[in-house]
Ligand binder design. Sequence first.
Ligand SMILES: Nc1nc2c(ncn2[C@@H]2O[C@H](COP(=O)(O)OP(=O)(O)OP(=O)(O)O)[C@@H](O)[C@H]2O)c(=O)[nH]1
Ligand SMILES: [Zn+2]
Length: 205
Amino acid sequence: MAEVRARVQLNVGQHSHIPAEIVSFSGLQDGQEHVALIFNQAESEQEIPLIRMHSECLTGDVFHSSRCDCGEQLNECIETMHQQGGILLYLRQEGRGIGLYNKIDAYVLQSQGMNTYEANNHLGFDDDLRDFSDAVLMLKAMGLSHVKLMTNNPKKLNALRNAGITVDEVVGTEAHVKAGNRSYLETKVKHGDHMLNIKKISKSE
Ligand SMILES: Nc1nc2c(ncn2[C@@H]2O[C@H](COP(=O)(O)OP(=O)(O)OP(=O)(O)O)[C@@H](O)[C@H]2O)c(=O)[nH]1
Ligand SMILES: [Zn+2]
């Protein structure tokens, strides 16, 4: 069992204009400092809250790297939750769990022609090392057993359902295409079973 350790108000977003609360936890299992951001006190409302499990991506979230869509997804999530309320779990699972330096090694291999999964395998890692059991503990610590989930990744949906969390609805994120991330997005759809609409990607390109 994990518990809420501290919970404090802060404003977030590009102009620090979006009120939220940041939550830390005790009793998480993988040794990482995962946090939750709560918008509009969504965990205490009667309505089933929208949640997102966002895996850390320093290059995308902070530097808005051309190689992926993580920063855009994070901004989209924060804007949506500002409007509708919601809970963002920011999970310290850099590089789908392989860590930042290994992800940069994988980028080197991708620059030589491998796709994201081939590069992982070449480095001796499975396609995806993420485990969402701490995310489940965080939800339970906040008293949440019934959610709407913002993702395009069916593995996240299955992880919650297998842990006894009821997911009423899955809300996809937009396809954020920019120069440099198209093959990354296509690979997610072809090899990672992501429910991204490639046609939508082509149109907005
Ligand atoms: N190993 C590796 N990880 C990457 C690479 N590009 C992005 N990531 C990581 O992928 C994670 C995001 O996972 P994605 O598979 O893009 O998306 P998702 O979180 O599974 O699914 P959504 O909920 O739909 O966003 C972040 O931790 C990124 O750091 C890469 O080339 N190699
Ligand atoms: Zn990324």
